[in-house]
Each structure stands twice: as C-alpha cells, then as structure tokens.
Design a binder for this molecule. Structure first.
Ligand SMILES: [Zn+2]
Length: 315
C-alpha cells in the first residue's frame, strides 16, 4: 500500500493572476518533489470532478450555480473581493472536491494507506451558501460529510493547522458530535477571518466537539508545539477518531506573507508525525490530508515535502 498524491493540471487553470493564492503554489510543490525525485514514493492520482449533487451534500444549489455562472460570464470575483474567479474556476473547484472524495474512499477502503490532495482552490473558509477567503466549495467538510453519511464512520476528526480559522468547516459541524473540528490558528483579533475564539466550543449536541486554539502572533515552534501537546493532543486521543482529516495550511510558517506566526518546517513535520501516530492508534492509520493555505513558495514547498515524507514513511 501507499500514500496517494492527488493532483491535476486543471488546478493550474484556476487563474487568479497576481493574487497570493495562485497556480505557482502548486507548481512550486511539484517542482520541489520532482527535483528531489520523490514522486516515486507516492501513488500519483489525477482525481475526478465532483458532481453537483456531491457538492450539494452540504452547499446550496444557489452557490453551485453562482460559481458556475461567474466562471462562465468572465466575472472577476465572486461574493467577496478576495475570491478571484476565472473561466476554469468552476471546473477546478469541482475537481478539488472530486479528488478529496475519491481519496477519502480509497483510504476508507484501505486501497491507500493515506493520501494528500494538492488541490486548489482551497476550501476551509467556504460557507453553506457563499464563497469566502479564496475558497468556493469546502473540500474538507465535504470529505467529512461523505465519510460520515455514506461510509458509516462515527467519529471523524478534522484537524486544521492552517494559520487561519476554518470558519466554514466549523459552521457546518458545530451542532454535531460525530465530526470533531479542531483548529489551531492565529488569534482572530489579529487575523482573518476574525472567528475561532476559544469560547466557540460547539452548540447543542455538538457542544464540546469544536475546539479552537488561538495562538498569539509571533509564536515560535517550541511554544506552538507545547500548546499542541497540552491543549490539543489529549483531546484528540480522548475522541478516539475512526478517520483523521487534515486541513493542511502551511501559512503559519515564519516566511509567510499573510500571517504572523514564526513557525518552521520542523513544526509541520512534528504535527504530521503526531497526527499519523494518532490515526495508527485509533483509526487503522486512515488519514486524508488536503492543501489549504501557504503563500511563500519556498516555505510552502518544503513544508509539503516534510508533511508528505511523514505520511509516506514506513511504520
Ligand atoms: Zn490560511
């Protein structure tokens, strides 16, 4: 068995010009992996487009048609100024979801050990009925919903270590106990999207199944990992997940232009290792990770390299 690596040229055609979330991010990742001759470690998969019915597991019909219509009409943005759109955006966004669903199925049924989806547009800010924060459809939320609704998983864990709070993902699941959303991110008073306070802990049946761990700007590796070990890791073990999903954003790196944490590759390597070990202990090793943010091309590509090498390491 192997680590799946999902990517497709269609993601490069979501053309956002000089926006920080642009196709050069994926080009840098691929170049890094190819230049170090690492691609042979993975089962490289092209993925597939999602159907609109699959998107509608969580999103409104209206959002699906708005993304499609905006792509076709030559619109520059959708809903907010930061959601830049181009002719192929709808296709790329459908393909991102299709790939994560495909990868989820392959990992669920043990044809892959685990998988990483190098997709764009990213997903964790996308809400029920709106695009937001460079995101159109919520890739990870759709993967979680698929695993829970269609595959019968009872305790799906989502760990989001992107430097920004995954508002969309939290909102989909905050009233549910069968999908536990855990996010470490920069203090929302100092960072987009302004949600993800520690007091946001879920509602109704989902109370206690949202865990937000905001950290102050400037935080370095040691303190960040200490926070993970004391405030996050025990809760993850206690939840005893049967599937682990990762919103893998690498914009907490110290070189990232969009946020102010001071992390290095070693934090992302250690987090990846810890999550992999957790999945081995409770979820038969089932992990699916997908790309969210990370906007410094060098930092992004070396962090993804570390993350993938941990996923692909033999036990
Ligand atoms: Zn981010």
């Amino acid at each position: 068995m192997k680590t799946g690596f999902y990517t497709n040229p269609i993601y490069l055609e979501h053309d956002t010009g000089s926006h920080p979330e642009n196709a050069n991010r994926l080009r840098a990742i691929l170049k890094k992996l190819e230049s170090e001759d690492l691609m042979g470690k993975f089962k490289v998969e092209p993925g597939r487009p999602a159907s609109s019915a699959e998107i509608k597991m969580l999103h409104t019909e209206k959002l699906v048609s708005e993304v499609e219509a905006a792509s076709e009409s030559g619109a520059q943005t959708l809903h907010t100024q930061d959601c830049v759109i181009s002719a192929q955006t709808y296709k790329a966004a459908l393909h991102a979801v299709g790939s994560v669903l495909d990868a989820a199925l392959e990992v669920a049924e043990r044809r892959l050990d685990n998988a990483f989806c190098a997709v764009r547009p990213p997903g964790h800010h996308a809400e029920f009925d709106s695009a937001m924060g460079f995101c159109f459809f919520n890739n990870i939320a759709l993967a979680a919903e698929f695993l829970s609704r269609k595959m019968g998983f009872k305790r799906v864990l989502i760990v989001d270590f992107d430097v920004h709070h995954g508002n969309g993902t939290q909102h989909f699941f905050e009233e549910r106990a069968d999908i536990f959303y855990v996010s470490l991110h920069q203090d929302p008073r100092t960072c987009f999207p302004g949600t993800g306070f520690a007091e946001e802990r879920g509602r109704g049946a989902g109370t206690g199944y949202t865990l937000n761990v905001p950290v102050p700007p400037g935080m370095e590796d040691t303190e960040y990992l200490q926070t993970f070990y004391t405030e996050v890791k025990p809760r993850l073990k206690e939840y005893n997940p049967d599937f682990v999903l990762i919103s893998a954003g690498f914009d907490g790196h110290r070189d990232d232009p969009l946020a102010s944490l001071n992390l290095t590759e070693s934090t992302f390597r250690e987090l990846s290792f810890e999550l992999k070990r957790l999945a081995e202990q409770t979820a038969g090793g089932r992990i699916l990770s997908m790309l969210e943010g990370g906007y410094d091309l060098n930092a992004l590509s070396s962090c993804v390299r570390e993350h993938l090498l941990v996923l692909a390491e033999e036990k």
